[in-house]
Design a protein around this ligand. Structure first.
Ligand code: EPZ
Length: 416
């Protein structure tokens, strides 16, 4: 398995393009199985999670091919409702196929997504949503078997915010008989992007981005063409890298309007941040100051996925930072490795307290999850000496080319 070798101490400078949003691409690719035609997703990022999703699409009977940043999915032929365990195990977010296959085939069988990366990954809200549309779901030996005939529209009241459950509900409702109202829906930009794709495919769906989504079921969906929005978490990662290393970066094909809370924290840390049409620039000249408190929240709050890289950027910030992770139970798995680099971070349940230190030192370490791996790379940029970062299979799930992007910004990093 390859590793990154990062030598810290270099200030960053340069421009990078922000990749298409992973968390838009994955549900949209699953949704394409519901369309009886050819769909084209442009600005689709080249990620291992996307590749796994394409394998699932091929397995259930779609013809799939990629031409540059465009992915073509032809789901006009017969579709199988089964996703094999081996593919499900590779990616927890494949539970999004439940709603799509149930809507297209009237049944679905797939294994429960594994837990542990960020804590247990329950799917109770997904099942509540699908049962509200008339699905009969049984769980046995880690597999979910769902049958529905044709789903019936209804009221889905989600008691807790869940991006995936909201998406599963939207997909299932698009081909259900009658009208569905989803209350307590997640409001993430990627859900708004999914709605845009579904509408292009002929779905009658509205309200994404608010807490209430309304869907009137249709008989069938046609192939659709859609350009995926920029990845706000990849943008947060490159900005955190520059805050950590110092210097200035310019992100293009960005979506500043949906990065508000991230930019606010970076400005509180003493970075100068400016935005324009599709542009975000960040400059950090002097020392960093602590942003004091960062609490992760569902959108439009500060995104949980940006917590690890922003924590890494705050390790040498003057003062004390208190981070509260309200979304996932185990999202501090990067902290022990940061401490081995000399960081002063203590965690207690959902709270992490970071006291700024003068120096960090390079170390040999490995990513335990996707955004934790990004945090280790961000910290390595500000560390003295070399950091060897393994566990890149986690990082490759969400970043097209972490090493290449940081090197393009002037960091001393190679992948071997
Ligand atoms: C999506 O995960 C994203 N993944 C995550 O990004 C992101 O961190 C998360 O939303 C929150 O924004 C994709 O979109 C592919 P949730 P998801 O359902 O849908 C609990 C990344 O790094 N919950 O909103 O799985 C759950 O345990 C990834 O790109 C239930 O209790 O997240 C968590 O504590 C990581 N029951 C909370 O809700 C359920 O049925 C939010 O989870 C479902 C979720």
């Amino acid at each position: 398995m390859s590793v990154l070798k990062i030598v810290g101490g270099r200030r960053l400078s340069g421009s990078v393009r922000v990749q298409g949003a992973k968390n838009s691409a994955l549900p949209m690719l699953a949704a394409s199985v519901m369309t009886e035609g050819i769909s084209v997703l442009r600005n689709c990022p080249a990620l291992s999670d996307v590749e796994t999703t394409l394998e699932i699409l091929r397995h259930v009977g779609c013809r799939v091919y990629r031409d540059g940043d465009a992915v073509y999915v032809d789901a006009s032929g017969p579709i199988s409702p089964e996703v094999p365990d081996e593919l499900m195990r590779r990616m927890r977010s494949s539970v999004i196929f439940l709603g799509a296959l149930l809507a297209r085939c009237g049944e679905a069988a797939l294994s429960l997504p594994g837990g542990c990366e960020l804590g247990p990954r329950p799917v109770d809200l997904h099942l509540l949503a699908l049962r509200a549309l008339g699905a009969e779901i049984t769980e046995a030996a880690g597999r979910l078997c769902c049958r529905a005939g044709r789903l019936r529209g209804g009221h889905i009241d989600l008691p807790a915010v869940s991006v995936g459950a909201t998406e599963n509900a939207m997909l299932a409702a698009c081909l259900a008989e009658g009208t569905t109202v989803i209350t307590g829906a997640a409001r993430e930009p990627e859900i708004q992007d999914l709605q845009a794709f579904l509408r292009a495919a002929g779905a009658l769906v509205s309200g994404a981005g608010s807490g209430v989504i309304r869907i009137r079921g249709v008989e069938k969906l046609r192939g659709a063409e859609h350009r995926i929005i920029p990845d706000r978490i990849a943008a947060a990662t490159w900005l955190a890298a520059c805050a950590s290393a110092g210097g200035s970066v310019r992100l293009y094909d960005a979506d500043p309007g949906r990065c508000g809370p991230i930019l606010q924290v970076l400005r509180r840390m003493g970075c100068s941040v400016s935005t324009g049409e599709g542009l975000i620039t960040l400059e950090r000249r002097g020392g960093l100051v602590s942003p004091r408190s960062v609490v992760t929240r569902p959108y439009p709050g500060f995104p949980t996925d940006a917590q690890p890289p922003l924590m890494a950027a705050a390790l040498r910030a003057r003062g004390t930072t208190v981070m509260i992770e309200t979304i996932f139970e185990a999202r501090y798995r990067h902290v022990p490795a940061l401490r081995r680099m000399g960081a002063d971070v203590r965690t207690e349940g959902k709270t992490a307290v970071i006291r700024g230190v003068e120096r960090l030192r390079g170390t040999e370490t490995a990513a335990a999850d996707l955004r934790g791996g990004a945090a280790l790379a961000v910290a390595a940029l500000a560390a003295e000496g070399e950091t060897v970062l393994g566990g890149l299979q986690h990082v490759d799930r969400g970043y097209e080319d972490l090493a290449g992007t940081l090197a393009a910004l002037g960091a001393e990093v190679i992948r071997i």
